[in-house]
Design a binder for this molecule. Structure first.
Ligand code: CP
Length: 305
């Protein structure tokens, strides 16, 4: 693969191979000297039109650990404020020698569009609107597999604002391919009508969705993408759909609690659960660096070139 736009076309075998590469990268992260010369001479642009902490910083760390030259572009201070388009900006960066562009954008299809327009640079989707966030799904798989070993036959409950969640779309795709049964829960107003097409069932009662689950995956209420009135009051939301200790106690005894971050404490997740024994939220973050190293290495490094 030259680009990563979506995991739609990835087979289970490809996911397994990829996760093995990410395991190797995590071993590198544990070494006292982490940097390796795999991408020396490659120039990678982090092209972020939307805010990000985890994705942007972990891509940057992964790029630096593989010795690539890194340019962090952001809309503020760029010539986009003078009316330059995304395509012209990307062509400009490619003309300066970019070998890869990591793009986050609020528009669905932005990464796919860029991959069609660029002449030789790789494009990595770091989140396109409400559509997809494939590297998040890869890191979620990696963190879950490190805990459980095998994912086949496990159950995952995804609870929250599925309607606006690119993470949910990518996770349903990726976890289903690995043989995980995914059930969605949350207010009907935050559920896409086509959840069946996504390959997941909908259970309106979060208690039933979470009962016996191996993974309880909370989604952030995306205030920036909400129209007025889609959710009950924050207190009511927390009482009914939030990951409280009582809700999580219904899951399997060995269940893990996951969240892509950033978290809204005491909204979709109680602080005691986010910081509790079952939470692997910070392990997900660490997997994010290993997974992005594996992606960059496989697409830009030894294997393809
Ligand atoms: N999970 C995630 O994408 O977080 P950021 O928005 O901070 O990158």
């Amino acid at each position: 693969h030259r680009h990563l736009i979506s995991l739609e076309d990835w087979t289970r075998e490809e996911l397994e191979f990829f996760l093995g590469q990410a395991d190797y990268m995590e071993e590198l992260m544990n070494r006292p000297i982490k940097k390796v010369p795999a991408l020396r001479g490659k120039m990678i642009v982090n092209f972020f039109f939307e805010s990000s902490t985890r994705t942007r910083v972990s891509f940057e760390l992964a790029e630096k650990m593989l010795s690539a030259d890194v340019v962090n572009w952001s809309t503020s201070g760029s010539s986009v404020s003078k009316g330059e388009t995304m395509r012209d900006t990307a062509w400009t960066l490619e003309a300066m020698g970019a070998d890869a562009v990591v793009i986050r954008h609020s528009a669905v299809g932005a990464a796919d569009y860029l991959a069609r327009k660029l002449h030789r640079a790789s494009v990595f989707n770091a989140g396109d609107g409400t559509n997809g966030h494939p590297t998040q799904a890869l890191l979620d798989l990696h963190a879950a597999r490190r805990r459980f070993g095998k994912l086949e036959g496990k159950r995952m409950a995804i609870v929250g604002d599925v309607l606006h969640s690119r993470v949910a779309r990518s996770d349903i795709q990726a976890f289903s391919k690995m043989g995980v049964e995914v059930v969605l829960s949350g207010p009907r107003t935050l559920m896409p009508l086509y959840h069946n097409e996504l390959g997941a069932a909908y259970e309106p009662d979060p208690k039933k969705a979470v009962a016996g689950a191996d993974m309880v995956y909370l989604l952030r209420i995306q205030k920036e993408r909400q129209e007025e009135g889609l959710i009950p009051s924050i207190d009511e939301y927390h009482r009914r759909y939030g990951a409280t200790e009582e809700l999580v106690a219904l899951a399997d005894a060995n269940a893990v609690v996951m969240h892509p971050g950033p978290i809204n404490r005491e909204v979709e997740i109680a602080s005691s659960v986010a910081d509790g024994d079952r939470s692997i939220i910070l392990k997900q973050v660490r997997s994010g660096v290993a997974v992005r190293m594996a992606l960059l290495y496989l697409c830009l490094g030894g294997v393809r070139n």
